[in-house]
Design a protein around this ligand. Structure first.
Ligand code: NAI
Length: 427
């Protein structure tokens, strides 16, 4: 049995933290109409009664509202962070005050404590896992395979986690069903694009007190996140440069009007670099050597391996905290290269970071919640492996949101529906 303590046993001024955490949660919930609607349903119908959820996610106000929703639906929830810098301790403490929730998440823990907290969650013997980056699925498969028989399934939030799960599935190593929440339209087209775009740029601006206008902003990767970052940077009057390895995505960026070039060329002209690839070693030593004095380097991909910080550290003759959340690496020729939030995903890990806007996370977490409900209602229908979120669930969440926004849409007439389904009609 794990002896790692929940957050409530780790904080000095617990009551103040809980009050502040609750205040943050209340504000976010006001802007999360999908979760509000599901709260009513879950409270009345108790669809998660008897389930134990093990979660590893970014523990901040919006996630906390998801966690509370799942507990309201009848589940016992144990949660920890999925990144040592993204936890808000006060929110974690507010969650831990709920009798049905145990939160082990704490900001700034070292590797040992990070993994001890994951083990502490696993010790609750979850019947469902909810992940952002696959830490929980990985821990269970590697270290606690005896739990797999009683696990109904899981849900995975982000691109990197889904990539890893698909790789695991292809090798026949994924032993229970997991919904690819990331890949469903209601998540990916909003969270990855608008959420990452807005919150990454806002965090960089707040952390540095600098403008994007007139600057060369280099966006590495033109996937969903990269498209959002590029579009919003262009909207703030930056000149956007895109680097890619995938020819069609590079072409899309080119047709969108952005400059497209290899990183080693972009390195010479960029003022701000934002990596969004989900890959490793995207900005390396030879790029650092070509960069201008004063550049900003930030990562919005899941792991902190997109910018080669060890290589940068090797090249530097001096390193210091230039501002809260900004580490300057000084080169022997006097150039200063500034890394934001230790190269961890900037919109969650920088000191001022708040993550995605509440409205966006409302959609992503609405999907997470209905996926957990689906696993409990129909889990036996899903084999081990990665599953797309059923389209009906995606639509259900979209309809709740449209309704809350007061947006009405047309519906197909019977004749139109028949026409769309028919292959025999002529012109
Ligand atoms: P995606 O797969 O749509 O896009 C990634 C793009 O990067 C692809 O077009 C790929 O060709 C490109 N790429 C790969 N290696 C590259 C390299 N060496 N140089 C240039 N381009 C390269 O993935 P998506 O959804 O955009 O997610 C990207 C990352 O962001 C993932 O790690 C994901 O988990 C993370 N993410 C972060 C969020 C945040 O809040 N910061 C929110 C959602 C996702």
């Amino acid at each position: 049995m794990s002896t790692y303590p929940p957050i409530s046993e780790q904080l000095d001024d617990l009551e103040a933290a809980r009050t502040e955490g609750r205040r943050k949660m209340d504000w976010a919930l006001q802007h999360m109409p999908i979760l509000q609607e599901l709260r009513q349903q879950f409270r009345e119908e108790q669809p998660l009664a008897g389930a134990t959820l093990g979660m590893a996610m970014h523990v901040e106000a919006k996630t906390a509202n998801l966690v509370e929703l799942l507990a309201l639906g009848g589940a016992e929830v144990a949660i920890t962070g999925c990144n040592p810098l993204s936890t808000h301790d006060d929110v974690s403490a507010a969650l831990d005050a709920n009798d049905d929730i145990t939160s082990y998440a704490k900001r700034g823990v070292d590797d040992e404590a990070y993994y001890a907290a994951i083990e502490a969650v696993v010790a609750h013997e979850p019947t469902i896992t909810v992940d952002d980056g696959m830490d929980m699925v990985y821990a269970i498969h590697e270290d606690y395979p005896e739990l797999i028989d009683t696990i109904v399934g899981g849900a995975e939030e982000t691109t990197t986690g889904v990539h890893r799960l698909r790789a695991m599935d292809e090798e026949g190593e994924l032993k229970y069903p997991v919904f690819a929440v990331n890949d469903t339209p209601m998540k990916r087209l909003f969270d990855n694009v608008h959420g990452t775009g807005e919150s990454s740029l806002a965090t960089i601006a707040m952390t540095t007190n600098l403008s994007f206008a007139g600057k060369n902003v280099v966006v590495a990767g033109y996937g969903y996140c990269g498209q959002g970052v590029a579009k919003k940077a262009a909207g703030q009057n930056a000149n956007v440069i895109v680097t890619e390895v995938e020819p069609r995505r590079a072409l899309e960026a080119h047709m969108e009007g952005y400059d497209v070039m290899p990183m080693n060329e972009a390195a010479e002209v960029g003022d701000v670099f934002i990596t969004t690839t989900g890959n490793r070693d995207v900005i390396t030593r030879e790029d650092f050597q070509a960069m201008k004095d004063g550049v900003l380097l930030a990562n919005a991909g899941h792991f902190d391996i997109e910018i080669d910080l060890d290589g940068l550290s090797d090249l530097a003759v001096d390193e210091y905290e230039a501002r809260d959340g900004v580490r300057a690496y000084e080169m022997d020729d006097g150039r200063r290269l500034n890394v934001i939030a230790e190269g961890r995903l900037v919109n969650l890990a920088a000191p001022v970071a708040l993550g995605h806007p509440a409205e966006v996370m409302d959609q992503s977490f609405g999907i997470q919640a209905v996926c957990v409900r689906e696993l409990l209602e129909n889990g036996a229908e899903y084999d081990a492996g990665v599953h797309d979120v059923p389209d009906a669930l995606d639509r259900e969440v979209a309809e709740i949101k449209l309704d809350a926004e007061g947006v009405e849409i047309d519906s197909l007439t019977d004749t139109q529906a028949e026409y769309m389904d028919s292959w025999s009609h002529g012109t």
